[in-house]
Design a binder for this molecule. Structure first.
Ligand SMILES: CC(C)(COP(=O)(O)OP(=O)(O)OC[C@H]1O[C@@H](n2cnc3c(N)ncnc32)[C@H](O)[C@@H]1OP(=O)(O)O)[C@@H](O)C(=O)NCCC(=O)NCCS
Length: 154
């Protein structure tokens, strides 16, 4: 497996039309959502094969620039899951953003999303706690786990 990321401005159509499932079902078409300010996107490739996509957007914990971290998200195409892609890609994106000078990288995931929790741990992220009733999807309001990767963790 040779996972690498390519930053893009927009996702290709084949990713936007792929099947929507529980943890990514916002109850509206993804393209109808206003993207968070500062959103960046990457395509995940295994050699030349497109296997998924990632994003990162800034989250601020204070009025100064040093208090801004990046929150990352990931989706691996169903046929490529369980092969280590999610673990490798999240480790690579954390390292990429640290090299750009981002000290704190966050990822949040549903308390029931065991594959993502395992992938984050494999990628070197640490569990920080639970964000109660933080996310609303088509299925209702959900608690999220918050994970982080610090530049010191490399
Ligand atoms: C979550 C996701 C990104 C993980 O990617 P992945 O490529 O499958 O992850 P990996 O192959 O690196 O697997 C990570 C761990 O999860 C386990 N796993 C993968 N799929 C699983 C499943 N369906 N059920 C249980 N465990 C699973 C793997 O065995 C591995 O465990 P290990 O550390 O004990 O070996 C992927 O499943 C996905 O895109 N899911 C849908 C979208 C989503 O939930 N995104 C995250 C939203 S926060």
């Amino acid at each position: 497996m040779r996972i690498h990321l390519v930053e893009v401005d927009e996702l290709p159509k084949q990713l936007l039309t792929s099947e929507v499932e529980e943890y990514e079902d916002w109850g509206v078409e993804l393209r109808d959502l206003t993207p968070p300010k500062g959103l960046r996107r990457w395509i995940i490739y295994d050699d030349l094969t497109l296997v998924g996509n990632m994003s990162a957007h800034p989250v601020s914990y204070g009025p100064n620039e040093s208090s801004v971290c990046m929150n990352i998200g990931i989706s691996v195409l169903a046929q490529f899951r369980g092969q280590g892609v999610g673990s490798a890609a999240q480790r690579i994106l954390a390292q990429t953003l640290h090299l750009e000078g981002v000290v704190r990288i966050e990822a949040s995931t549903d308390v029931g999303n065991l594959p993502e929790q395992k992938a984050l741990r494999n990628a070197g992220f640490r569990f920080e706690g639970v964000l109660r009733s933080a996310q609303v999807r088509r299925s209702g309001r959900h608690d999220l786990q918050l994970w982080s990767h610090l530049a010191l963790d490399i």
